[in-house]
Write a protein that binds this ligand. Structure first.
Ligand code: ADP
Ligand code: ZN
Length: 759
C-alpha cells in the first residue's frame, strides 16, 4: 500500500530517520531558505515578557531558523529561538548580534506551530509558551564532560547535614548529581558533600553529559494477548504503521490489559523508527510503569517529571530533540519536549483531572496531545476505564475511533457493587464505619485478604470547631478552613499550603480546651479502624504522608506484597496501582463529590467510584465494593451500581446538550484577583458592562460574582463565566474583550478556556 504521508515516504526511502546524515538535513534546510547568513536580520522570540520577537543580526557562521540562541537584552543575556526573518522596523544601527547559538537541535517548524496554536487556544503570551518548551536547566552549558556525584554506601553515623544529602540521593534512586544541584537540593554547603566524598560514602566521577538513551527492543517480551486484546492491539498498530494522524479512545475496565495493548502500539512506533510518549497522571505511578516497560523492551525509557534530577531532565530534553530517546514516560509537561519525530502519544487515565494545568499556562494536556499529534502526523491513544465525557462524545460522533476491552484479563472478574444505606446505620458522632462494612472488612482480613477504606480527604479533620463560641479555624490568607493534620501536628490550609500549630485556646473567644475536630479525614478514619480492628495491620496512603515519591513507591510495593491488612487511602490509591490481595473496597462517603455545584460533579463521582471499586479483586479472588451513602436512590449512585456505563454517559451527555455546556457549548472562566475587594469588583463590573465583542459572537456573560473560594493568599477573587456556542470564535472575542483593559499592577486577570474546576 502506498503511504500518502510524504514524511513517511521519506522515511521508508531512507530506512529510518536516524540514518539520514546530518548533511542531508542541512542541505534540505538550505534549500528551503531556513538559514540566515551572518549579519542577516532575524526575529528572536525570547522567554522574556515582550509582545513580539526582537530583531537581531545573525552571528558569525549564521544560524538556522528555529535555532536556540542567547541574545543580549539590556545588560543581560537571555534564551531565545530564531522565529523567522527580522522585521527591520528598528534602527538598524542599534540592532545587536545574536551572542551565541546553543548546541541543541533547532526547534522544528511543527513545534513552533504547536506552541503558537496552544498560545492562541489558551490565550497565553508566546514567551510563556517558550518557557514551557525550554524547561531544561543548563540549556546553555557546553555538552562536554562534567563532574558528578553518586551515593556509594550509607555510613553508620551521620551528622544532620550529611544525612540530608544521603536522603536526597536515595530519594532520586541513585541518580547522578552535579555538586551545585546536590547542595541546593539538600540545602547544605558543598563542603558537606566533599566531606562525604572524603569518607568514601559518595563517589566523585567525570561523566559525559547528555548521552543517548539505550535502545529499546520492540520485539523482546510481548505477552500473548487474549482475542479482545489482540484485536485492539492490531488496530492500534495499523494506525501507527499508517504514519498519519488519528485518535483512539481505548476503553477498558481496570485490569483488562489496556497497558499491555498500548505497549504494542509503542512497539510498532519504535519499529517505525519514530518516538513515543506515554503520559501518566501521577508520578507515583511511573515507577511501576517503568518496570513494565523494562520487562517489555529490555531497557528503561526516558523519564520526565518533577521527581527527576535537573541533570537528567537536561539530558532528556536534548536527546528528545536529537532523536536519541525512543520512548519518554512523563507528566503532562513532557508534551512540550522537542521530539524529533513523534509518532505516538498515549494519554493513560485520560479522564484524570491532573492533566489540566491549573496555574501558569492553563492547558489540558489531553487536548493538547491531540493537537500536537495532528500537527506531526502521530497517533493518540486515550486510555481509560472511565473516559471523560468529552472523549466519550468525540468517540460517539466519530471524531475519535473507539476500542473496547470489556473483560478483565484472565480469571479476574469485575467486583460486585452494593450500596450501604447510612440512614439505617445510624452511627454515633465521630464514627464513619458502619457495622455492615466493619463486618465485611473483618471477614476479608480473617481470610488473609486486604481491604481498602477509601475517603477522599487528607488530614485528620476538615474542620476545627470551638465548642464554646462556634468559631471555625480558618486560614488567615484564604477564604478556607484550616485542616488538622495530626501526623504533622499542624493545621494546614489546602488552598495556599500555610500551616500553623494547633492553638490551645480558640483564636476568637480565647477559651481553652474546647477546640474539637469535626468530620473525618484519612488520619481520623485510621484511628477508628485501629479501634475496630485491633489485630489488623493498617496502612494510610495519602500524598502528604510521604516525604518523597520514592518513599511512597516503597510503601505501595510493601502493601502490594501483603505487608498490610487494611489500606486507608485518598484518591491516590484510585489511580492504577496493583494490589493483588485486595478484595474489598469500602467507600466511606460516596456522596462526597455530589455536593458541589460543579458541572462535572456527577461525572467525577462516577469516575472516581468506578476507579476505586476497580481496585478490588484484580487477581483470582473475586472482589466486592461497598458504597456508604445517604442517598442510595441518587441517579449517579444508581448508575454506578448498575454497571451500565453507557447509560450513564448517554444521560449525562443529554443533560449537557440541553444546557448547552461542554462539550456541546464552550465555556471560559475568568478570575480577577487583587488585594482590594472593591477594586476587583469594579473591574468585574467594567468587563461585564463592556462585553460587546462577546455579545457579537452570541456569547453570554455571567457575573461578576465572588469566586467559590473568595480569597486565596490574601487576594480577593471575583469570577465571570462566559458561555458560547460550540462553533463561536471564543478566543478571538475574549482577546478583543480584555485587550483595552489597562491593569493596575496589583490586579490580575486569568482566563481559563474549558475550565475543569470552579473555584
Ligand atoms: P489496565 O491497564 O487495563 O488496568 P493492565 O494492562 O495493567 O490493565 O493489566 C492488568 C494485569 O493483567 C497486569 O498485571 C497485566 O500484566 C496482566 N495482563 C493483562 N493482559 C495480559 C496478557 N495478555 N497476558 C498476561 N498478563 C496480562
Ligand atoms: Zn490559605
Amino acid at each position: 500500500m502506498l503511504c500518502t504521508n510524504p514524511k513517511h515516504r521519506l522515511r521508508a526511502w531512507q530506512g529510518g530517520v536516524e540514518t539520514i546524515p546530518r548533511s542531508m538535513f542541512q542541505l534540505a534546510r538550505m534549500m528551503t531558505q531556513d538559514f540566515f547568513a551572518e549579519g542577516e536580520l532575524v526575529g528572536v522570540l525570547t522567554t522574556q515578557p515582550l509582545d513580539r520577537p526582537l530583531d537581531y543580526k545573525a552571528p558569525e557562521g549564521g544560524c538556522w531558523l528555529g535555532a536556540f540562541v542567547e541574545v543580549p537584552l539590556g545588560p543581560r543575556r537571555v534564551l531565545g529561538v530564531v522565529w523567522g526573518a527580522g522585521r527591520g522596523d528598528f534602527d538598524l544601527a542599534r540592532v545587536r548580534s545574536v551572542a551565541r547559538v546553543l548546541d541543541a537541535a533547532p526547534m522544528r517548524a511543527e513545534m513552533r506551530e504547536f506552541l503558537g496554536r496552544v498560545a492562541d487556544y489558551t490565550l497565553t503570551p508566546m514567551p510563556a509558551m517558550l518557557r514551557l518548551a525550554t524547561r531544561a536547566p543548563g540549556l546553555g552549558d557546553d555538552p562536554a564532560m562534567r563532574r558528578v556525584y553518586r551515593l556509594s554506601r550509607v555510613p553508620e553515623k551521620l551528622t544532620e547535614a550529611r544525612a540530608r544529602v544521603v536522603e536526597v540521593m536515595e530519594a532520586y534512586g541513585g541518580a547522578a548529581f552535579t555538586l551545585g544541584e546536590l547542595a541546593a537540593e539538600a540545602g547544605v554547603s558543598t563542603s558537606v558533600i566533599k566531606g562525604l566524598v572524603k569518607i568514601g560514602a559518595v563517589i566523585e566521577q567525570e561523566a559525559p553529559r547528555d548521552t543517548p538513551y539505550p535502545r529499546l527492543d520492540p520485539d523482546l517480551g510481548g505477552k500473548s494477548l487474549s482475542d479482545d486484546q489482540a484485536l485492539a492491539a492490531a488496530t492500534l498498530k495499523a494506525g501507527v504503521a499508517g504514519g498519519g494522524y488519528g485518535t483512539t479512545l481505548l476503553k477498558g475496565v481496570t485490569g483488562s490489559g489496556k497497558t499491555e495493548v498500548y505497549l504494542e502500539a509503542v512497539a510498532e512506533c519504535l519499529r517505525q523508527g519514530r518516538q513515543a510518549l506515554v503520559l501518566l497522571p501521577e508520578i507515583a505511578l511511573t515507577a511501576e510503569f517503568l518496570t513494565r516497560v523494562e520487562a517489555r523492551f529490555g531497557m528503561r525509557p526516558g523519564e520526565w517529571h518533577s521527581g527527576v534530577t535537573q541533570t537528567e531532565r537536561r539530558r532528556l530534553w536534548r536527546m528528545a530533540g536529537q532523536g536519541d530517546v525512543q520512548l519518554v514516560v512523563g507528566a503532562r509537561s513532557a508534551l512540550y519536549l522537542p521530539f524529533r519525530d513523534l509518532g505516538l502519544i498515549v494519554v493513560d487515565e485520560e479522564h484524570d483531572t491532573s492533566y489540566k494545568q491549573e496555574d501558569g499556562v492553563l492547558y489540558n494536556a489531553r487536548d493538547m496531545a491531540v493537537l500536537r499529534a495532528s500537527l506531526t502526523s502521530a497517533q493518540v491513544v486515550l486510555a481509560s476505564a472511565t473516559p471523560s465525557l468529552e472523549s466519550w462524545v468525540n468517540a460517539e460522533t466519530g471524531k475519535y475511533d473507539r476500542l473496547n476491552l470489556t473483560a478483565r484479563f484472565g480469571a479476574a472478574v469485575m467486583p460486585r457493587l452494593a450500596a450501604l444505606d447510612m440512614r439505617e446505620a445510624d452511627l454515633p458522632g465521630g464514627q464513619w464505619i458502619s457495622p455492615h462494612l466493619a463486618q465485611a472488612v473483618s471477614a476479608r482480613v480473617a481470610k488473609g485478604e486486604q481491604a481498602l477504606l477509601f475517603l477522599n480527604r487528607r488530614g485528620y479533620a476538615p474542620v476545627t470547631l470551638c465548642r464554646a463560641c462556634g468559631h471555625q479555624i480558618g486560614c488567615d490568607h484564604c477564604d478556607a478552613r484550616m485542616v488538622e493534620h495530626r501526623f504533622l501536628k499542624r493545621l494546614v490550609c489546602h488552598q495556599c499550603g500555610e500551616t500553623k500549630p494547633m492553638p490551645a485556646a480558640c483564636p476568637s473567644c480565647g477559651v481553652e480546651g474546647r477546640l474539637a475536630p469535626v468530620g473525618p479525614g484519612v488520619e481520623r478514619l485510621a484511628e477508628e479502624a485501629a479501634t475496630l480492628f485491633p489485630q489488623a495491620r493498617l496502612a494510610v496512603l495519602s500524598s502528604d504522608l510521604f516525604g518523597s515519591a520514592r518513599a511512597l513507591k516503597e510503601r505501595i510495593e510493601a502493601i502490594a506484597r501483603g505487608e498490610a491488612d487494611i489500606i486507608i487511602g485518598t484518591q491516590l490509591v484510585a489511580k492504577g496501582h496493583n494490589f493483588p490481595l485486595l478484595t474489598l473496597v469500602g467507600v466511606i462517603d460516596a456522596d462526597l463529590g455530589l455536593q458541589g455545584s460543579d458541572l462535572r460533579a456527577a461525572e467525577r463521582t462516577f469516575q472516581l467510584m468506578r476507579q476505586v471499586a476497580g481496585r478490588a479483586g484484580r487477581a483470582e479472588v473475586p472482589g466486592e465494593a461497598l458504597l456508604q451513602t445517604y442517598q442510595p436512590e441518587h441517579p449517579v449512585i444508581r448508575a454506578i451500581l448498575s454497571g451500565d456505563e453507557e447509560d450513564f454517559w448517554r444521560a449525562e451527555a443529554e443533560g449537557r446538550r440541553a444546557a448547552g455546556v461542554p462539550p456541546f457549548g464552550r465555556m471560559a472562566g475568568i478570575v480577577l484577583s487583587g488585594p482590594d475587594a472593591a477594586a476587583v469588583f469594579d473591574l468585574g463590573n467594567h468587563l461585564a458592562r463592556n462585553a460587546a465583542p462577546l455579545r457579537r459572537i452570541g456569547a453570554d456573560v455571567y457575573g461578576p460574582a465572588p469566586a467559590p473560594i473568595a480569597r486565596i493568599r490574601g487576594r480577593h477573587r471575583v469570577r465571570l463565566l462566559v458561555k458560547a456556542d460550540r462553533a463561536a470564535p471564543l478566543q478571538a472575542a475574549l482577546a478583543e474583550w480584555v485587550a483595552p483593559i489597562k491593569l493596575p499592577a496589583n490586579l490580575r486577570i486569568s482566563i481559563d478556556i474549558d475550565p475543569q474546576t470552579f473555584y
